[in-house]
Design a protein around this ligand. Structure first.
Ligand code: GLU
Length: 473
């Protein structure tokens, strides 16, 4: 809470929910049940630091909804972690999974530490201890609650989690499915690392391919030539910038903790990351102009602004200065409800987090399915498809007496690898979700913004799944 935002993050999710609930037909009691966080586990445990001192660590796991199980959602390591934040993020996971038809309830975990201030050995001890606390209380398991990476965590932490879980549950055949976002060697799936950034790209590309939406925003159709600003160059921001650039957009601004940089001719995210590695900062990147504060990037002139870091960065105070025509929420909760009101007045289209950044959890779902089926995607059909394609191609060449080029031959014959199937499943998911939400918005012209339309979709799906169980009439 702050002067700019006189209520908490969880309350802001509740406000957005209530705004949307008016456009549904469910009883108040049902809506209250959907909104509430079912289980909140707050823990404290000691860790011995490398210097011999003992520190008490504060950590959480929240299961927002059990309308589908397991619960699903990342674990973040951050100084800012608190119960309210984890509850808000767990709720967003419920709505996110519902929108993209991923059959999980929402969950989220957090450990209140700044990972930069701990050695790798200390981080491993903390992660393993956290996992064993979750096991003790039955808060983790392939059919119970499945964590994943989030802000400040990655595949390394997920490897520690699966290793700790498996050693505490010997013989549990599906134990690899207790966490997702794992390294490939520990049961991960190809395509998980880039999934969230790629999902953001697919979602925004679909919006940019809608003629009536682009006409309203005063933009041309398609991604090519659009100017983009990305705030945050972590895994999500980096991959967003990469996919937009590779598809012909111009990434004019990038921001990180230390500041922001601008170049009207475009920035290459990989070169910027290398420059940051070498110098410790994105500032002074050759050919770019430095901006004093990282938040200045949010106010740059551009077509699409992608906040890809933390929550509440665009609020009632700075929203009036945002110049982008489209905002793509790659982070969770980057814009407050006050910012939404400003966007509605200014005609800025905000494509909401709770579905736009669902690429991560969608591919987590694919990873979990892989773990439960104990077989790599593509293993059964790759060779069969290639043989079939070879046969079809040779018949066509024979009948037409013409040969296709070598490049075309390689493309046509190619049988699907795991990464192809994962990317294609993700693309389908993001396109369908975008169309579904836009349809709800179109069918109900009183709905003020796309976030509200997305919440309507989520509320209806969660409520329906309770109704199908016979819990609600
Ligand atoms: N932490 C990511 C999110 O907020 C991924 C969650 C998951 O894969 O379970 O969506």
């Amino acid at each position: 809470m702050s002067a700019q935002q006189p209520y908490s993050f969880f309350h802001s999710v509740e406000r957005s929910f209530d705004k949307a609930a008016k456009f549904t037909h469910w009883d108040l009691g049902i809506l209250e049940q959907i909104k509430a966080c079912n289980s909140v586990y707050q823990m404290r445990f000691p860790v011995k630091r490398d210097d011999g001192s003992i520190e008490v660590i504060e950590a959480y796991r929240v299961q927002h909804s059990h309308h589908k199980t397991p619960c699903k959602g990342g674990i973040r390591f951050s100084d800012e972690v608190n119960q309210d934040e984890v509850m808000a993020l767990a709720s967003l996971m419920t709505y996110k999974c519902a929108i993209v038809n991923v059959p999980f309830g929402g969950g989220k975990g957090g450990i209140k530490i700044n990972p930069r201030k701990y050695s790798v050995y200390e981080l491993e001890k903390i992660t393993r201890r956290y996992t064993s606390e979750l096991v003790k209380k039955n808060f983790i398991g392939p059919g119970i609650d499945v964590p994943a990476p989030d802000y400040g965590t990655g595949s390394r932490e997920m490897a520690w989690i699966v290793d700790t879980y498996s050693s505490l549950k010997p013989g549990e055949i599906d134990s690899a499915g207790c966490v997702t976002g794992k390294p490939l060697t520990q049961g991960g799936v190809r395509g998980r690392t880039e999934a969230t950034g790629m999902g953001v790209f697919f979602g925004i590309r679909e919006v940019c391919n809608m003629p009536e939406v682009m006409a309203k925003q005063g933009l041309s159709l398609g991604i090519e030539g659009k100017t983009i600003v990305v705030q945050g160059l972590g895994n999500v921001g980096y991959h967003c910038a990469k996919f937009f650039r590779e598809h012909g957009a111009i990434v004019v601004g990038l921001a990180e903790y230390e500041g922001a940089i601008y170049n009207a001719n475009g920035l290459n995210e990989e070169e910027v990351v290398q420059h940051r590695k070498a110098t410790g900062s994105i500032l002074n990147f050759p050919g770019a102009t430095n901006l004093a504060k990282n938040t200045d990037a949010l106010e740059l002139q551009c077509d699409i602004l992608i906040p890809a870091a933390l929550e509440n960065v665009i609020n009632g105070e700075n929203a009036p200065r945002v110049k982008a025509k489209i905002i793509g929420e790659a982070a969770n909760g980057p814009c407050t409800p006050e910012a939404d009101d400003v966007f509605a007045q200014k005609g800025i289209l905000c494509v909401p987090d709770m579905y736009l950044n669902a690429g991560g959890v969608t591919v987590s779902y694919f990873e979990w399915l892989k773990n439960l089926s104990h077989v790599r995607y593509g293993r059964m059909e790759k060779r069969f498809t290639e043989n079939m394609n070879t046969h079809i191609l040779s018949q066509m060449e024979e009948l037409s007496s013409k040969k296709v080029s070598e490049k075309e031959r390689t493309f046509i014959m190619h049988g699907p690898e795991e990464v192809d199937l994962v990317h294609s499943g993700l693309e389908e998911t993001m396109i369908s979700a975008t169309r579904e939400i836009m349809q709800i918005w179109q069918d109900n012209p009183e709905i003020p913004d796309m976030r509200t339309a997305a919440y309507v979709s989520a509320i209806n799906k969660v409520a329906n799944s309770y109704a199908e169980l016979g819990i609600f009439p």
